[in-house]
Structure formats: structure tokens, C-alpha cells
Design a protein around this ligand. Structure first.
Ligand code: CDP
Length: 231
């Protein structure tokens, strides 16, 4: 299989476990994992910190020119983490203040063009698992395996609440629910590459699946796609 590397695109709504599956799948296959959402979050963080009025095209354009995004391996947890202009921002990009604005920022055409060009470059050598909203539809429309993930809304709220509560005891379920609903709405109704299931994507509803079960299914799909490619 190592000789026939493929591109695996994982898309879906907020908090349905895309990054967990993508990270585990990449580790199993010896592929790179790229969290495309982290890129939009880091751009949003830069805009917030520098008070960029992103409704103004000129300001947005200038700000993007000052942003360099890289993924670096953290030797301690063996995870690839996002750096914004050489600063590791992994621990601040999931704060609610970023989550509240990220979908507005990600809806901007110039922001998407900036992120997508870098994402496509990362996939040039294949052997990559990327998760996001438009990976199978816009970033890698020819990806050999596309997975569209979904889970029941309450399952997603509970998952994200637990995740956020670990670092912020003031967070409430209502805040989390409201943010997920708002982002899903903006992400699926925007003009630029809205979130939707690609026609050739397999649907994975993981509401009742364990991590091991979903990983097993995805590995089987990946193996059969890599085999097909080898023929
Ligand atoms: O972890 P979660 O699924 O909640 O979100 P994320 O993957 O960190 O993405 C944060 C936001 O970035 C999303 O709500 C989208 O607005 C945007 N995004 C996007 O537009 N396109 C992508 N490929 C990935 C994320």
C-alpha cells in the first residue's frame, strides 16, 4: 500500500469527530494529517489580534500578505501543530472568541483562495488525510477517498462541550450549541465552497460508533481505494 499513496478527504459538520478519525487514520497509514480548519482559525486569530476589519477587502488583502502558516511536528505529543508567523497557536485557536468569528472569515473568497492554494500544495505528493468542509468538493475534487461525516446534533454538542470544558470551566452547553448551529448554518449557506457532501463521498454517521469501529471502516475503504488505484 505504501507505494500507492492516495488522498483522503474528510468533510462534515462541526464537532462530528473528523479530526479524531483523520488523525488516527493518518497514523495507521503513515500519511500526513492536515487540519484545514486550524488554518482558518489561525487566520481569524491574526485578524482579531490585529483588529483587521475583514469586511474591508483592502485590509483583508494586506493582512493576508503578513500571514505565514506552517504545520510543525510537536515532539512531545507527536502531533502536527499550526504555527502563525512562527508562533505555535494551537492552544488559542479553539477559544470561543475565535470560534465565534471563524465562519465569517472562512466565507471570504480571498481567505479561501489563500488557504486552498496552500492545502493543494500539501497534497501534491499524496499520502495525506485532510479534514474540513470543502476538501472533497473544492480542494481535492479528485481525492481517491472522500468521507462525509455526520453525527446527531446533541452528540456533537456534548462532544464539543466536554472538549472545551477541560480547559474552560465557564463554558455552557448553550454557548456551545449556539456556536455549532451558527457555524453549520454559515458554512453550508455561504457562496464560496459551501459545506456539502460530494456526490462520490461515502457517508459516515458515527453517532453510535466507537472510535475503533469508525477507524476500522475507514481503513477498509482506504485500502480498497489504494488497491483500485494500483490496478
Ligand atoms: O472542529 P470543528 O469541526 O468545529 O471546526 P474546524 O474544522 O476547526 O473549522 C473551523 C471553521 O473553519 C469551520 O466552522 C468553517 O467555517 C471553517 N472551515 C472551512 O470553511 N473550510 C475548511 N476546509 C475547514 C474549516
Amino acid at each position: 500500500m505504501a507505494n500507492h499513496k492516495i488522498i483522503i478527504a474528510i468533510d462534515g459538520f462541526s464537532s462530528c469527530g473528523k479530526s479524531t478519525l483523520a488523525r488516527e487514520l493518518a497514523a495507521k497509514l503513515g500519511y500526513n494529517y492536515i487540519d484545514s480548519g486550524a488554518m482558518y482559525r489561525a487566520i481569524t486569530l491574526y485578524f482579531l489580534r490585529n483588529r483587521v476589519d475583514y469586511t474591508d477587502a483592502a485590509q483583508t488583502h494586506e493582512a493576508l500578505g503578513n500571514i505565514t502558516l506552517t504545520f510543525e511536528l510537536n515532539e512531545e505529543n507527536h502531533r502536527s501543530e499550526i504555527h502563525l508567523n512562527d508562533e505555535n497557536v494551537e492552544s488559542c485557536i479553539r477559544d470561543m472568541i475565535v470560534s465565534e468569528k471563524v465562519s465569517e472569515v472562512a466565507a471570504l473568497r480571498e481567505v479561501r483562495a489563500f488557504a486552498v492554494a496552500q492545502q493543494q500544495q500539501m497534497g501534491e505528493k499524496k499520502g495525506i488525510v485532510m479534514d474540513g468542509r470543502d476538501i472533497g468538493t473544492a480542494v481535492f475534487p479528485k481525492a481517491e477517498l472522500k468521507i462525509f461525516m455526520t453525527a446527531a446534533p446533541e452528540v456533537r454538542v456534548m462532544r464539543r462541550f466536554k472538549e472545551m470544558y477541560a480547559t474552560n470551566h465557564h463554558i455552557t452547553m448553550d454557548e456551545v450549541r449556539h456556536n455549532l448551529e451558527l457555524r453549520d448554518y454559515i458554512d453550508s449557506t455561504r457562496d464560496e465552497s459551501p459545506l456539502r457532501q460530494a456526490e462520490d463521498a461515502v457517508l459516515l454517521d458515527n453517532s453510535g460508533l466507537t472510535r475503533e469501529e469508525q477507524l476500522k471502516m475507514a481503513i477498509e475503504w482506504a485500502k480498497s481505494r489504494a488497491k483500485k488505484k494500483a490496478v
